[in-house]
Design a protein around this ligand. Structure first.
Ligand code: PEP
Ligand code: MG
Length: 746
């Protein structure tokens, strides 16, 4: 890149800064920008197209095309050369536009006269905002320098758009982050809630994209990078004994922080007239668009590391997002790209709602959200770029809709909805003490899932008959070091005391897959969900499991005790686990501890293999509980964390229900008590179908007991069984349509 172009683009940015500094209204600013770019680039045409809505681009300003077409000419993403730039987020540079692939003639603009076309995406941190175009009559290929200069300009336009610089009289743009927006996503935990946004990762806003003094900016960048390097080195020194994955990430940070080419590119941007923070953000935007396009997991992870590092650098440069920054609102609705179960537990119950732009319904973070009864939406595409700290938000966790910065009519309709839900809750309270008996006289036992101390009051308020699944790992996940045996004894004793004689089924530590303890080195596995997890860890490294068994026996203090092992895939694993229990009992007896009055040792059926275990297994095990979340992912070979494949398969699929029916039959032969404790147990329609297949004990999150019981008391299981049998006979894939027809009639 020649020094000459560098000066040229600095001149261009200088003129741009002057244009922006005036107190013109939005449209006048845009007009000025197009005029001065056309002049600087010596092209006949310069136009700015901005998104009008998610799918449509609008010509917002032009120098050279027909003025009348401004705010009239629109195109869909992907349509014409401009639409293609917007869709793919890449530059299109052609000397012969009318014959280029995808060209669309727009007569109202008079653009047929122009041969060459250069379209540059206007984007900010991966969010596409519009397209900057220059066109000229002579057929020229724009040089790499010209493209680079316009990219810098496009970035500044993006920043100014973000800051609302083009909003105002006469401009077709409504202010970003000010208008109300409706966003859709998937429901991971139902419920309607109202609150104010709290960003998990604060968003840094660059308010000064231009800079007059490049030397000063280079210095600022250098100082910030030095501070960043020292910070990374410190983190590395502190985690030398830490886990391997974290070290790997930190090493990547160090590599980037010392990268000469990263630094050089940013210095070049500064030389062209950008401020230090704008230069960092330009690099970050580039990395984000590469991340969106890359298929390579490793590369994407490294680009995500660079993204994180850029955020740190921006925070150093701007001083934003530090502890002294925004204060969490009283009614926080958390917004994040993704979040792990431990981080979510850190926030705890103070959250009113959670909105993730990624995330998954089947993840353990979702399970934690359910345990805490916090409405959770996942896959809400643009939430992280649209929402700002403190924005008013309504989360409709029934319809999967987010109303960001809602207007008054939406707010009042939404509040009506919340009031109606409160009424339904009252209805559930009225049946709380009643048994769950179907119309044809079948009685169901409804239990609750728990894992945190805070869940236990629900035992009384929900009407649960006991705890069908106590996820002991949640208590391990919330800490930053391994709990001691004494602490476990105390906490299990508290659980049993709170249960006041109702049964609590303690599941031993279920870690691995997405449940990674902060203080244990995760195994580096290609497929963690199919890897070293749950009972496999428990049997191979029995130290923690033995400590847990001891703690459970001591906490029971002679009371009845129920223990369940997760993820048993074959008979032998159950036998080995059971022998650990027997050995622990022996040891405890010898140590003089009182043993539980009765002890039941069960297994979770979470892999199809166990359904086909020898009958002897069914006879030996004290009880079985179907972990439908895992079972379904293995039954359909569809990752429970991967929204794309997860939702292809319905729980009410005939094959899945037939498998459940087979397990029920085998348990009937052997007289083995059977329950179902996956999330589907808490979904009323799924729950009645499971009951129709013969399941008589369901364990679910406490908030589901009312709705499930209410429906259960209205259905006839004999009818439902026939509906399933008929659908099977007709060769249907899922019984859902037929069941829904039936439920609408009752
Ligand atoms: C299950 O897999 O259905 C289950 C209850 O266990 P978890 O969701 O904790 O894996
Ligand atoms: Mg499971």
């Amino acid at each position: 890149m020649s020094n000459n172009t560098e000066t040229e683009s600095r001149k261009l940015l200088g003129r741009l800064r002057e244009a922006m500094a005036g107190d013109d209204a939005g449209q006048a600013r845009l007009d000025k920008i197009t005029a001065l770019i056309a002049d600087s680039m010596k092209t006949e045409v310069c136009s700015i197209y901005l998104f009008r809505d998610e799918e449509t681009l609008e010509l917002c300003a032009t120098e050279g095309l027909n003025r009348e077409s401004v705010h009239q000419t629109r195109m869909r993403v992907g349509e014409g050369l401009v639409g293609r730039v917007a869709r793919r987020g890449v530059v299109i540079n052609t000397a012969d536009a009318p014959n280029a692939r995808g060209f669309r003639y727009m007569p109202e603009t008079g653009e047929e006269r122009y041969s060459s076309f250069l379209g540059i995406p206007i984007q900010r941190l991966g969010e596409m905002l519009g397209v900057l175009v220059v066109q000229s009559k002579d057929s020229r290929d724009y040089s790499a320098d010209a493209i680079y200069a316009l990219e810098v300009v496009a970035m500044v336009i993006a920043e100014m758009t973000e800051l609302g610089a083009f909003v105002g009289e006469g401009a077709a743009l409504s202010p970003l982050h000010k208008q109300s927006v409706l966003l859709k996503g998937g429901v991971a935990q139902e419920g309607a809630t109202e609150g104010h946004i709290w960003l998990h990762e604060p968003r840094v806003v660059v308010t000064n994209p231009f800079a007059e003094d490049p030397d000063r900016e280079r210095e600022r960048l250098q100082e910030a990078v030095d501070e960043l390097r020292v910070g990374v080195d410190k983190m590395l020194a502190q985690s030398q004994n830490g886990d391997a994955e974290q070290l790997q990430v930190l090493e990547a940070y160090r590599m980037f922080a010392n990268s000469k080419s990263w630094m050089r590119r940013m210095e070049e941007d500064i030389a062209r007239g950008l401020s230090a923070e704008a230069a960092v953000e330009k690099e970050q935007s580039l990395a984000r668009s590469r991340m969106a396009q890359s298929q390579d997991n490793y590369l994407r992870e490294r680009l995500a590391d660079l993204d994180d590092l850029s955020n740190r650098l921006l925070r150093i440069l701007t001083g934003q997002g530090s502890e002294t920054g925004a204060e969490m609102p009283d009614d926080p609705v958390l917004v994040a790209r993704n979040i792990g179960p431990a981080e979510l537990l850190d926030y705890g119950r103070k959250l009113k709602g959670i909105i993730l732009s990624e995330g998954s319904v089947g993840s353990h973070a979702a399970i934690v959200a359910r345990a805490l009864a916090i409405p959770l939406l996942v896959h809400v595409g643009k939430i992280t770029t649209e929402a700002l700290n403190g924005d008013h938000v309504l989360v409709d966790g029934d319809q999967g809709v987010v109303h960001l910065r809602p207007d008054d009519t939406v707010i009042s309709a939404f509040r009506d909805k919340i009031a109606m839900q409160a009424q339904a809750k009252e209805r559930y309270t009225s049946i709380r003490e009643k048994p769950a008996i179907t119309v044809d006289g079948e009685q169901l036992q409804l239990m609750m899932n728990a894992g945190l101390m805070a869940d236990l009051p629900s035992l009384e308020t929900s009407g649960a008959e006991g705890v069908g699944l106590f996820r002991t790992e949640l208590q391990f996940l919330v800490r930053n070091q391994m709990p001691k045996r004494g602490e476990l004894v105390a906490s299990y004793a508290r659980v049993l005391a709170a249960a006041k004689g109702k049964e609590v089924i303690f599941r031993t530590l279920d870690i691995g897959s997405d449940k990674v303890l902060p203080y244990m080195t995760p195994a580096d596995e290609p497929n963690p969900a199919l890897g070293w997890r749950a009972i496999r860890v428990g049997l191979d490294k029995p130290g923690v499991m033995r400590m847990q068994l001891q703690a459970l026996i001591r906490a029971a203090e002679g009371r009845p005790l129920s223990i369940m092992f997760p993820f048993i895939a074959q008979f032998e694993e159950y036998r080995q686990a059971r022998s650990e229990v027997d050995k622990t009992l022996d040891r405890e007896r010898k140590l003089g501890h009182v043993l539980p009055k009765t002890l039941k040792v069960g297994a979770m059926l979470e892999t199809p293999s166990l359904g086909f275990a020898p009958l002897k297994f069914f006879e030996e095990v004290d009880f079985l509980s179907i972990g439908g979340n895992d079972l379904k992912q293995f039954f359909f070979a569809a990752d429970r964390e991967n929204e794309r494949v997860r939702s292809r398969y319905d729980t009410l699929n005939i094959s899945f229900l037939s498998f459940i029916e087979r397990v029920v039959e085998r348990c009937e032969i052997s007289g083995t008590p059977l329950s179902f404790c996956g999330e589907d147990a808490g979904r009323p329609v799924e729950a009645v179908c499971l009951a129709a297949m013969g399941i008589r004990r369901l364990s679910m999150r406490p908030a589901s007991i009312g709705p499930v019981k209410s429906l259960m008391m209205r259905v006839n299981l004999t009818d439902l069984r026939k509906i399933v049998a008929d659908a099977r006979h007709r060769g249907e894939q899922s019984v859902r349509p037929a069941v829904m027809d039936y439920l609408r009639e009752i």
